[in-house]
Design a protein around this ligand. Sequence first.
Ligand SMILES: *Cc1c(COP(=O)(O)O)cnc(C)c1O
Length: 443
Amino acid sequence: MSAFDPSVFSLNSRFEVDHLTIAGVSAAQLAAEFGTPLFVVDEADFKERAGQWKSALETAFGENAGTVYYAAKSFISKEIARWVDGAGIGLDVCTGGELAVAEAINFPAHNIEVHGNNKSEEEIQRAITFGVNTIVIDSFTEIERVSRIAAALGKVQRVFIRVTPGVEAHTHEFISTAHEDVKFGFSLASGAAWDAIAAIRSEPALQLVGLHSHIGSQIFQSEGFAVAAAKLIGLLARYREAYGTQLPELDLGGGYGIAHLTGEVTLNPLQVLTELAAVVKSACAAAEISIPRISIEPGRAIVGPTTTTLYTVGTTKEVELDGGVVRRYIAIDGGMSDNIRPALYGAQYMAILANRLPLGPTANSRIVGKHCESGDIVIREIALSADIAPGDLLAIPATGAYGRSMASNYNHVPRPAVVAVIAGEARVIVRREAIADLLALEI
Ligand SMILES: *Cc1c(COP(=O)(O)O)cnc(C)c1O
């Protein structure tokens, strides 16, 4: 039976006798005060993880440690951006909207990196005007576009190029991004990356400072990162041979895997970065180049494990399957509008009964949402207590990344609130959408 597992829940989550608490606040109290569905962020856990990635990068790479850029797309809000800045790490943004959050709290521009495979003129202009550290160039079209806008603003913009190094990460196809047949970046194998380097070098308003690759998400095997790093270092060596100088920086992206289910592991920052540092050092030694400044972009690995979603059970039913097996459907008050990942990628989650102890036997259960879509399944198969009934609270851990950030208003469902809990205190950091917010958009 699915039970509380400290390795999947946030650092300050406990199962106290008969109920779940997060940073000292009970799930039932959170639900009563803020409603459900509710994203509950363990604030101290977020700050701890952000700090761990920073210190792990510094320990693993020493004087060659660059910046940890938190991937805003995994989940960003003004308060989260303050925590990111407070932890002394940077921010990776992909759109004008994500940049606007950074601008709204005066996030230090020198710690911002801008991604995106189709940045608009306006987004580029705002980023350069704000003074972002680096823009990651994703296409030939963009070389001309960024260069023209920087020149018009009288600036020289630091840029990376995004390289697709031809590494297929061992993860679900839709979230692998570095094999050749993808929309992102310049192919290494085809020579496009090499041509992009030459094109950028000929633009006086662009300063090429390094290479970037991001090989995918929810990756557990560090070989993928190692192979990508070695390929990029090969390109750095070729650059030095051709141009007589070395590009000083390398950004190896994010994608570090986390546990969603009992028995899975959340990659340990120091361990994975120490392995990466060894590969980088030996590849640089073999290529006879000096070690570049190494930056990374973890998103999920920082915010994912910190957050638990609370749902209220609304209805249940039993269905007899072929062979007489019974499946118990448990419908919750959210679903694919607050967690699209199971429907989109087949992502798996676990859940526990959060407001009381389960009584009696378990049932083969399926947790479904409230949307008009048969595929609105949050957990396909889970053993849960057969007495779970309307009004009970379910808690799904490790939902901090790509949950609220990918949330939709499908079926005109308002998006859930996000509440931060720390030391027994809970406060709203993103308020719940109201029906009035939805109607306010309409003519
Ligand atoms: C999505 C993405 C990340 C973050 O990925 P996680 O799996 O959340 O760590 C980092 N960099 C780039 C370029 C991305 O597209």
